[in-house]
Design a protein around this ligand. Structure first.
Ligand code: PEP
Ligand code: MN
Length: 267
């Protein structure tokens, strides 16, 4: 990117970062150029999505699952951005991933729940971000530990990142529960109160683990004054390579967003 393009990107990111509600959507994982483009066009058509998310590197709990397409997928996101104007967000878990994502002009980075649990990993990411101007969203750690979440915020903040946001993705528990990751709203709200100035975004997809619960959880978050939503979407969710059960089509996403009763000031 030349200097003018970098300046343009900064301005666009700043404008979107302040938007309420901030709506982020896109596939759990980038799988192919066609899947990214078709999903991006579907999302852009709704006119309701500000940022497209796509997992390029996927830290999976167990080996043998799809671990992400890797660097090869980054040009697909560039093309999707060019075609739709949506900002692109990617999960990063290592300094090399930070470097690659920035090299391909990714607009927003996020730290996943499996990384926030590890202070050394978060510190490595923070060190790679020193001197860089990019918004970073930090998901809660898998376990219900607000100190770990807070520690991650402090590490990224001390690296000089100005725009930090929080994503509430629910907390892992053992055994079958109504939710894939119970929201434990009281904990999330305590975190929100610790950092009232940071955008606080709900992730109904990873909280629910299914499609049916998405609207209810999204509505609850909006009622609790969250600043935005991140919801997984895919052009053909049933055959998605990861998190197939919880992803929705762009049209289903639009329907969910249309059914939410928004705060008056957001209408
Ligand atoms: C994801 O966003 O696809 C993801 C893996 O989420 P989490 O880190 O919340 O499990
Ligand atoms: Mn996912």
């Amino acid at each position: 990117m030349n200097t003018e393009e970098i300046q343009q990107q900064k301005e666009q990111v700043q404008q979107i970062w302040k938007k309420r509600p901030l709506i982020i959507s896109g596939p759990c994982s980038a799988e192919s150029e066609e899947q990214i483009m078709e999903t991006a066009i579907g999302l852009a058509k709704t006119g309701k999505v500000d940022v497209m998310r796509s997992g390029i590197w996927k830290p999976r709990t167990r080996p043998g699952s799809f671990e992400g397409i890797g660097v090869k997928g980054l040009p697909w996101l560039q093309a999707a951005k060019k075609a739709t104007g949506m900002l692109m967000a990617v999960e990063v878990a290592t300094p090399k991933q930070v470097e690659n994502a920035l090299e391909f002009g990714i607009d927003i980075l996020w730290i996943g729940g499996r990384t926030t649990v590890n202070p050394f990993s978060v510190q490595d990411i923070a060190d790679a971000l020193r001197g860089v101007e990019v918004p970073v969203l930090i998901k809660n750690p898998l376990n219900p530990d607000l100190e770990l979440w807070t520690g991650a915020v402090e590490r990224i903040d001390r690296a000089g990142i100005k725009d930090i946001g929080l994503i509430h993705r629910g907390f892992a528990v053992y055994g079958n529960t109504e939710y894939r990751n119970p929201p434990m709203w009281h904990l999330a709200i305590e975190m929100k109160m610790r950092y009232p100035e940071l955008p606080f975004i709900a992730d109904p997809s990873h909280i629910c683990g299914n499609r049916e619960g998405l609207l209810g959880v999204a509505q609850r978050a909006i009622d609790l004054d969250y600043d935005g939503l991140i919801i997984e979407s895919h052009c053909t969710p049933d055959v998605a390579w990861s998190d197939a059960k919880q992803q929705v089509t762009p049209a289903q996403l639009e329907d969910i967003l249309n059914h939410i009763v928004w705060r008056k000031e957001d209408k």
